[in-house]
Design a protein around this ligand. Structure first.
Ligand code: SAM
Length: 243
């Protein structure tokens, strides 16, 4: 499959989801089991329509955000994690969400305006070529997005570029344990459903280290017990630091 073809399919799928507010990554029982859920408290703190049920973790819960920090959310979707982060960093801090799907960015911007979030900005952009300055971000969060990107090494290189020295990542994503079947890997549907693009866990961690991150570790993990595929899929929350 061509990278362009994958991206167009993914963009179309998430554009439709934004318009119809239907869920994709959470639509099967396996995915539900993998979803490290938001707490009731989290959900009370954010605008209701920002939670589209598309994540596979809760990166903000583990990110140890501090007041005044600048946060970048890769693939911000409806904005749930950006809005949660905005509460933590306060009015002296800032959250930037980047997403390549126009409908998602429009929706998140409307929600921010409607609910008066002055410290959140949503930008249209590709996480393989971030519209963000070098060395300008304290922490990058992301929730179930990097598996959708065809060039994951490029995504991590970009993450490294925009982080300040000493900056960190806290990423929730889907990885595999064992290799997916060729049939699954070639399915655009499975790609957009956060499965076909998932890397093997060790390969995923190795990529993050290869671009320069240090102290790379999985801080939380859930593996699916029942999977129709050759490989198991797992949702992981991964941290790393830019020296
Ligand atoms: C599964 S959804 C997750 C949305 C959000 N993080 C959440 O947890 O609700 C994936 C999102 O990533 C975006 N996305 C996928 N590939 C991307 C890329 N290469 N660059 C920017 N955004 C991307 C999609 O448009 C979609 O909004």
């Amino acid at each position: 499959m061509q990278q362009k073809e994958i991206k167009n399919f993914v963009r179309k799928r998430y554009g439709k989801i934004a318009m119809e507010a239907i869920s994709c990554c959470r639509s099967t029982s396996t995915d539900k089991a993998l979803n490290l859920r938001y707490t009731e408290e989290d959900l009370k703190r954010v605008p209701e329509n920002s939670n589209m049920g598309l994540g596979c973790g809760n990166p903000v819960a583990l990110a140890s955000l501090k007041e005044g920090e600048t946060v970048l959310d890769l693939g911000s979707g409806g904005g749930i994690d950006a809005f949660l982060a905005a509460k933590r960093v306060g009015s002296q801090g800032k959250v930037i969400g980047v997403d390549m799907t126009e409908e998602m960015v429009k929706k998140a911007k409307e929600t921010a305006a409607k609910h008066g979030y002055g410290n959140v900005e949503f930008k249209l952009g590709d996480i393989e070529g971030l519209p963000i300055e070098d060395n300008s971000i304290d922490i990058i969060i992301s929730n179930c997005v990097i598996n959708l990107a065809p060039d994951k090494e490029r995504v991590f290189q970009e993450a490294y570029r925009v982080l300040k020295p000493g900056g960190r990542i806290m990423i929730s994503d889907i990885v595999t344990e064992g290799e997916l079947s060729e049939e699954v890997k070639q399915s655009l549907e499975a790609w957009a459903g956060c499965v076909a693009g998932a890397l093997e866990k060790d390969q995923y961690l190795a990529l993050i280290k290869r671009v320069g991150f240090r102290n790379v570790a999985i801080v939380s993990e859930r593996t699916s017990g029942n999977c129709c595929l050759i490989a198991k899929i797992a949702s992981v929350q991964v941290q790393g630091f830019k020296p």
